[in-house]
Design a protein around this ligand. Structure first.
Ligand SMILES: Nc1ncnc2c1ncn2[C@@H]1O[C@H](COP(=O)(O)OP(=O)(O)OP(=O)(O)O)[C@@H](O)[C@H]1O
Ligand SMILES: [Mg+2]
Length: 446
């Protein structure tokens, strides 16, 4: 039987119910389970320094059907005291009289109890990870690294953001000196964890590829939806497999739509999907802790991020481009940069006016789409070169599309740019860009 040293803490109004405590102790054994009952609103969680070293797992038992603010505050307080990776919430669905067994605690807590498993078990699992026939290995093979499609000089960003990115890259480039010669590895892991956030179409995915290109590495692109699994307990395994794949292929790991994974862990875990998300988040913390490469997360939403993640990540905002930046993005999307296979070969007329094009308040993706539309129109009309007329027409169409989609989103009853505030306008455009992107993906335009 797995020996769990569990520190149990209840935040239920009536305190730790005797029966639940008895159930847990009877299964886990009193030697391996420490119970701590607290009740009501005057919860005082007092843990002595270093006490958490003695447990494999700290469990907060919540028997309320819904977690009120007060209770979730206390759960968080408890989590702060017990280390993050030790923390788990036992859901109310277990109930006072529910059967509490090591097996169902394990299945409920998912990745949390992997940590709590015996040392031999953990070692076995690590060996299994590397074993070519293991399920992790098989799963890891599904995630193949690809050659990055963008280079760093194609990316237009504000100077401070670009600098911070290059700084992150230089940690890896100078890894030998920093972590071996100067032995920084004795105090921190040589990993780089970046979180890129910002509005749709501002270059987050592109930046991840550009970083990989800069490092001369391949990239494994994945998104939350690829990792999440409808089979209970599969999500954390897939996540582990992805990290294994990145390690084996020495690739940059890019995790898109990361908000669902990185936001605060749910304290009301009475339903299965909430438990599954929590297990994923616990596994993610463990995988990040053990990883020694570069992981880039991307998200449109940074609100509600879990502090445990925030403190581990270098967070960079990719803002909508201003006029100068737009001009550079137009340039990069029209003119050739060199003579490699990535360079553009668009035949351009003499009259291209970047200044005029950059007046359209577009994000990078809108600019890319407008260029594509102008090229298609030029070919369809049998014109030899893309000219300013076609580019302007494409911009106007893109602008109209953005407005139409914003209207369809139901957020905009009468969209007149001059009639709405700047903030509102930015929000509408953001929504529209998101919907356009979905449309783009659905139509296979990308
Ligand atoms: N900052 C930028 N510099 C140069 N090109 C850009 C930039 N931002 C966007 N683009 C262009 O727009 C395309 C789409 O951008 P990308 O997919 O990286 O946006 P994103 O921020 O990941 O959007 P989303 O949040 O919708 O995933 C890029 O491939 C590139 O052609
Ligand atoms: Mg993206």
């Amino acid at each position: 039987m797995t020996k769990l040293v569990v520190y149990l803490c209840s935040f239920s109004v009536s305190g730790l119910n005797d029966r639940a405590r008895r159930d847990i102790i009877s299964v886990i054994g009193s030697d391996f389970c420490k119970c701590y009952g607290v009740s009501g609103t005057e919860v005082k969680v007092e843990l002595k320094d270093g006490e958490s070293d003695k447990w494999d797992l700290a469990v907060a038992y919540d028997s309320l059907p819904g977690v009120t603010d007060a209770v979730s505050t206390r759960l968080n307080q408890f989590r702060d005291l017990a280390a993050d990776d030790l923390f788990a919430v036992l859901p109310s669905s277990l109930g006072y009289g529910g059967r509490v067994t090591v097996r169902n605690i394990s299945s409920i807590l998912g990745a949390g109890t992997e940590k709590a498993g015996s040392r031999e078990e953990t070692e076995r699992e690590e060996d299994e990870e590397e074993d070519p026939g293991s399920s992790y290995e098989k799963m890891a093979r599904q995630f193949q690294a690809e050659t990055p499609r963008f280079s760093f000089d194609q990316l237009v960003l504000e100077e401070d953001v670009k600098e911070r990115m290059l700084e992150a890259v230089s940690i890896l480039e100078n890894r030998e000196i920093l972590f071996e010669e100067w032995n920084l590895k004795s105090i921190m892991s040589p990993s780089v964890l970046l979180n890129l956030y910002g509005e749709p179409g501002t270059g987050k995915s592109m930046a991840a590829e550009a970083l990989a290109d800069r490092l001369g590495k391949k990239i494994i692109r994945t998104a939350y939806a690829d990792i999440e699994s409808k089979y209970h307990g599969e999500g954390p395994k897939r996540l582990k497999a992805i990290f294994l794949a990145a390690r084996q292929q020495d690739a940059v790991l890019f995790i898109d739509e990361a908000d669902s994974m990185l936001s605060a862990r749910l304290t009301n875990v009475s339903d299965g999907s909430a438990q599954a998300i929590n297990s994923m988040r616990s596994q993610l913390l463990i995988s990040l802790e053990n990883h020694d490469g570069i992981v880039v997360f991307a998200t449109n939403l940074i609100e509600n991020y879990d502090r445990a993640f925030l403190t581990r990540l270098i967070c960079l905002e990719l803002r909508r481009p201003g006029r100068d930046a737009r001009k550079k993005i137009w340039f990069n999307h029209l003119y050739p940069r060199g003579d490699d296979e990535k360079t553009l070969r668009i035949p351009l007329a003499e009259d291209i006016d970047l200044e005029a094009l950059s007046a359209f308040d577009f994000c990078g993706r809108d600019i890319r789409n407008a260029v594509k539309q102008a090229c298609i129109a030029t070919v369809m009309k049998g014109k030899p070169k893309v000219d300013q007329t076609e580019l302007t027409a494409a911009c106007q169409r893109t602008e109209m599309d953005l407005k139409r989609v914003a209207a369809a989103a139901g957020r905009n009853r009468a969209f007149r740019p001059e009639a709405v505030s700047e903030a509102e306008r930015a929000r509408l455009i953001k929504d529209a860009a998101k919907i356009l992107k979905e449309k783009e993906t659905a139509n296979g335009w990308k």
